[in-house]
Design a protein around this ligand. Structure first.
Ligand SMILES: [Zn+2]
Length: 435
């Protein structure tokens, strides 16, 4: 890459661009509300992606809509086996191609899929009927991460409104499967998308992501021994055994969190590696000792550990627990993998794309950004590890993502749009709008 150092943006253009973003604030809020109304749960993203396709066309982008096909991705590094079955689901990419490429190319990526709503009765309002209150928009996916998608769309549109466009290729990507496998982002790589940088506006409260842990999803089938409840002692309760087995597995988590095992990016984190017993399914009815119980578990793994090594350590700890815990004598088990098989990654803070983001944040917010070493995974790993595209996350402040009454700050989302608009202008350079 021989592009010159980042030229400061002409002061008049900068002011005009920021005013253009601010003038689009009502559109930003309306777009976010529209996106939240689509219940784009796993495998149900079609209506939301139809909308994104129309939105990208409306911006004059060349649209590439393509199916995320398991068979295309199986041989790729970073692939994860799917967690469910669906007829078909698509990624949607809008491409801007400049008249002349002067600056660096950019991917603006967001996931359209949202996590399950949890117990509906706990929500103050229905999760897919957005509510604005006290400067926040509530609804499933509002923060994670439809606000980020709305912010990059508005940032791009703000440039157009002042008669400008990026002087480098920019791809706006709306992907599926971020929350369970990452295969949506992987399908973008399979399709050939690469850039000089990728930004993902995940809701990390204006901190810049510089590290993330790995994540493995697995299911363990635990088999007990059936018995009538009048003779409980002759049986092994598969549900109780599964819970004991999970407790044994958590000793691995505790080892990985020991200070001497921590990656330097996590020096300040007491507990960056988390395991979650997310789902349990077992038993037949109230009067039989259950014969089978399946637990679904999410295990964080340390940065620098290969997914295969993480799996081996997990399987070894399960086997050792079965051998040593007297409550588990005679228990049979089977381990299966579906969902994330993700390695951690580090994004060096001194990369040009990171430095420019920090500068742009400071320009808009008036103080330097925080840096985030995340205890979760994001699609940034896919671009960084397998796509030769340095990628990070930078997005708005949100609360209760994956929880109840998820919400995102609207002023924060507008500020993210301001940062992204200035970032596009400086990373890509600008040219007059038109073909
Ligand atoms: Zn997310």
């Amino acid at each position: 890459m021989n592009a010159p150092a980042f030229a400061p943006l002409d002061a008049a253009i900068e002011a005009e661009l920021l005013a253009s973003v601010d003038a689009l604030e009502p559109d930003l809020v309306a777009l976010l509300a529209t996106l939240v109304r689509f219940p784009s749960l796993m495998g149900e993203e079609t209506s939301a992606q139809d909308y994104m396709e129309g939105l990208f066309r409306g911006l004059g982008l060349k649209v590439d809509r393509f199916e995320v096909r398991d068979d295309d991705l199986k041989a790729m590094p970073g692939y994860a086996p799917p967690t469910g079955h669906w007829a078909r689901h698509d990624n949607v990419v809008g491409a801007h191609l400049p008249r002349a490429t002067i600056g660096r190319s950019l991917i603006l990526n967001g996931h359209i899929d949202v996590v399950p709503i949890g117990a509906a009765e706990l929500w103050s309002a229905p999760p897919f009927e957005p509510v604005v209150r006290d400067g926040r928009l509530y609804g499933r996916g509002a923060g994670d991460m439809k606000a980020g998608i709305a912010a990059y769309v508005i940032a791009f549109e703000a440039l157009q409104r002042i008669g400008m466009q990026p002087a480098a290729p920019v791809w706006l990507q709306s992907v599926v499967e971020e929350e369970c496998t990452g295969n949506g982002a992987l399908a973008c790589l399979h399709r050939g998308y690469r850039a000089d940088a990728a930004l993902i506006p995940e809701p990390f409260d204006h901190a810049i992501l510089h590290a993330q842990v790995g994540v493995i999803w697995l299911a363990v089938d635990v088999y007990g021994r059936p018995a009538h409840v009048l003779n409980v002692k002759s049986g092994i309760n598969a549900i109780e055994a599964a819970f004991a087995l999970y407790q044994g597995l958590t000793t691995l988590r505790d080892e990985w969190n020991r200070p001497e095992r921590r990656h330097t990016a996590y020096a300040d984190h007491e507990h960056s590696i988390n395991f979650n017993l997310g789902r349990i399914h077992g038993g037949e009815w109230a009067s039989s000792v259950p014969t089978k119980c399946t637990i679904e578990v999410r295990c964080g793994i340390p940065v620098g550990m290969a997914a295969a090594d993480g799996r081996a350590a997990i399987e070894d700890r399960i086997a050792r627990t079965l051998q040593t815990d007297p409550r588990l004598a005679g228990v049979q088990h089977r381990v299966r993998y579906a969902g994330f098989q993700s390695e951690g990654c580090v994004v060096p803070k001194d990369l040009p794309m990171m430095q420019l983001l920090a500068q742009t944040h400071e320009r808009v917010m008036g103080s330097p950004p925080g840096w985030l070493a995340s205890t979760a995974t994001t699609d940034a790993r896919v671009f960084n590890l397998y796509g030769a595209t340095p990628a990070t996350c930078y997005g708005p402040e949100a609360t209760h993502i994956h929880g109840i009454d998820e919400s995102v700050s609207l002023p924060s989302t507008l500020k993210v749009a301001r940062v992204l608009a200035l970032y596009i202008a400086r990373w890509c350079g600008l040219e007059k709008r038109g073909r």
